[in-house]
Unconditional design. Structure first.
Length: 310
């Protein structure tokens, strides 16, 4: 499409900066503070944006301001465009992680934090001491909203969906195994399906429901298990298992770590379960950000190293 320079020159591109802040904050006051202008100036920008796009964009709601469908459709393209403009005007300097000062907010479950967190922290302290991490526990539904609002830089976990402006890259695959205290249950690997069903189980569920992938697999066989405890915290599970004659089913990398630390036993799960894919998820506007790209590559390398250590 040919650029209409005359028509484009009538548009104040600073309005797009204001729009991005408004859509991220859903508040005139917070959006103004975000880009360092007064509240009245932001209100004026919102009025001009409404005229430019012929839409209300943001309307008042009990929880603050609600974006219209038109505004939601604009959010991703505007964010990507602003990142591209920023890249164009930024001085073309070689990226040096040792000289960068930046905080990355990463949303991930505690299970992945245990596996990758220590490796990532050690690597950053050695190679990029100016980079710090803000780790948050965010479910895989809310992570999309947090990425779009620019409150999270990167999500790590199991993601089955996303929009075109959400980029995803596989970190590693893992399989499910069974973890237990052999002294208390009197079993050794590999355990049979009968023994698997004879003992009660500990389930980790982030959805606050007493149902997981194991229950789906057992239902296909016309079977069910007894649940002793359901918890949303992966880190509590090995201590529960160590204290009672119960079983749990979890990802192999995590189970192997817990088994070595707490003297527990790992066995192949006696029921067919699909592998789990752990991926990184980010907003497309960060595709070409040098520091963000470096962090993603670092995580890929560390995840591969961790796989070799299992």
């Amino acid at each position: 499409m040919t650029i209409d320079h005359v028509d484009l020159s009538r548009i104040d591109l600073n309005l797009l900066v204001a729009l991005d802040a408004l859509l991220a904050e859903r508040s005139v006051t917070r959006a103004a503070a975000r880009i360092g202008i007064g509240q009245s100036a932001m209100s004026s920008s919102l009025a001009r944006l409404r005229t430019t796009f012929g839409d209300e964009l943001l309307t008042r709601a009990p929880e603050g301001m609600r974006a219209t469908p038109r505004a939601l459709a604009l959010a991703a393209p505007v964010r990507i465009l602003l990142r591209q403009i920023q890249s164009l005007v930024r001085r073309d300097e070689a990226f040096d992680p040792r000289s960068v000062t930046r905080t990355f907010t990463i949303g991930l479950p505690d299970s992945t934090e245990v596996l990758l967190g220590p490796r990532l922290l050690a690597y950053l302290r050695q190679h990029a001491p100016g980079i710090s991490l803000l780790l948050r526990s965010i479910d895989r539904i809310r992570i999309l909203q947090e990425l779009d609002a620019d409150r999270v830089d990167l999500g790590i976990g199991t993601f089955s969906h996303g929009q075109t402006h959400h980029k995803q890259r596989l970190l590693y695959r893992d399989r499910y195994v069974c973890l237990f205290n052999a002294d208390l249950v009197g079993l050794g690997p590999p355990i049979s399906l009968d023994d698997y069903l004879r003992f009660p189980h500990v389930l980790t569920s982030l959805k606050e429901t007493a149902h997981g992938v194991v229950d789906d697999a057992l239902a296909l066989l016309g079977l069910r298990r007894d649940l002793a405890v359901t918890t949303p915290r992966f880190l509590a599970v090995p201590f529960l298992v160590r204290s009672a004659p119960v079983l749990t089913t979890m990802q192999e990398r995590l189970a192997t770590l817990f088994a070595g630390t707490l003297g527990l036993t790992v066995s192949p799960a006696p029921v067919a379960l699909d592998e789990v894919a752990i991926s990184m998820l980010w907003h497309a506007s960060y595709d070409d950000d040098p520091a963000h790209r470096w962090l993603r590559q670092t995580l890929l390398t560390l995840a591969d190293d961790a796989a070799q250590a299992v």
